[in-house]
Design a protein around this ligand. Structure first.
Ligand code: KIV
Ligand code: NA
Length: 279
């Protein structure tokens, strides 16, 4: 696989291909994504839930994001890695937003950053872009605003809300973002937004098949979620959680029965050494 860049990703979309993106939060999982040839990794602030056990993304800090992004980028040569800007790291003032984005690039070693919001975060996007930081926008259901939304719901269903979504997408593009994530948006609206944009490509999650690319949370895609809840927009392409539990149980049973470790899995010593030791 060749190295993915902003230019190769745009080229893929221009030639009619679809961009694939999945979240990763650690070295092992990212190495597997890279070996599978996925175009992009998002080190999402969803790690607050998947890695840290919080019930939302809100408590995630810049230190958390830098830590996990660095773990992921150590595994990636060709995969394009996007680091997510956590809640509170870019909503205050422009210099702080740019400094935090630059920190994620420098210390996390990602190739781009992502931030949630439309028209209201365009100044931040413009300032980051001018600082040489490639930016991915994120509109529709933006989980950092869950308290303002009053829950996780499909966005853009009324004429007013749909118009706002289009306006947000165009503003983000004009501010310099090279790509925009559309989350939980009706399929026809996501297709319309994708058509309206000229330079930025769209990446959908719960946004139908008309976007330029797709993103899923790794744990959802792999079937590693605990508790059994599966949102409508998720397809489980594996049952890795079940496979992991089976392996853990088999290990436990093999240890209890004495089957593991076997002689072939153990190290030998010269019997003479043991004889002398016992003497
Ligand atoms: O944090 C995340 O995983 C995300 C994706 C769902 C787009 O923002
Ligand atoms: Na996120």
């Amino acid at each position: 696989m060749a190295k993915n860049t902003v230019l190769t990703l745009k080229k893929k979309v221009d030639e009619g291909g679809k961009v694939t993106m999945v979240t990763s939060y650690d070295y092992t999982m990212a190495a597997l994504v890279e070996e599978a040839g996925i175009d992009m990794i998002l080190v999402g602030d969803s790690l607050g839930m998947t890695m840290m056990g919080y019930d939302s993304t809100l408590p995630v800090t810049m230190d958390d994001m830098v830590h996990h992004t660095r773990c992921v980028t150590r595994a990636c040569n060709d995969t394009f890695v996007v680091g997510d800007m956590p809640f509170g790291s870019y909503q205050t003032d422009i210099p702080t937003a740019v400094a935090n984005a630059a920190r994620l690039m420098k210390e996390g070693r990602c190739q781009a950053v992502k931030l949630e919001g439309g028209v209201t975060v365009c100044e931040q996007i413009r300032a980051m872009t001018q600082a040489g930081i490639p930016v991915v926008g994120h509109i529709g259901l933006t989980p950092q605003s869950v308290n303002a939304f009053g829950g996780f719901k499909v966005q853009g269903k009324s004429v007013e809300a749909a118009k706002q979504l289009v306006e947000d997408a165009l503003a983000i593009e004009a501010a310099g973002a090279f790509s925009i994530v559309l989350e939980c948006v009706p399929a026809d609206l996501a297709t319309y937004v994708t058509e309206q944009l000229s330079s930025a490509f769209t990446i959908g999650i719960g946004a139908g098949s008309g976007t330029d690319g797709q993103v899923l949370v790794a744990q959802d895609l792999l079937g590693m979620t605990t508790g059994g809840f599966k949102p409508k927009m998720v397809r489980q392409f594996g049952q890795i959680g079940e496979a992991m539990k089976q392996a853990y149980r088999a290990y436990d049973e093999a240890v209890q029965s004495g089957d593991f470790p076997a002689a072939a899995e153990s190290y030998k010593i010269d019997p003479a050494v043991m004889e002398e030791l016992r003497a």
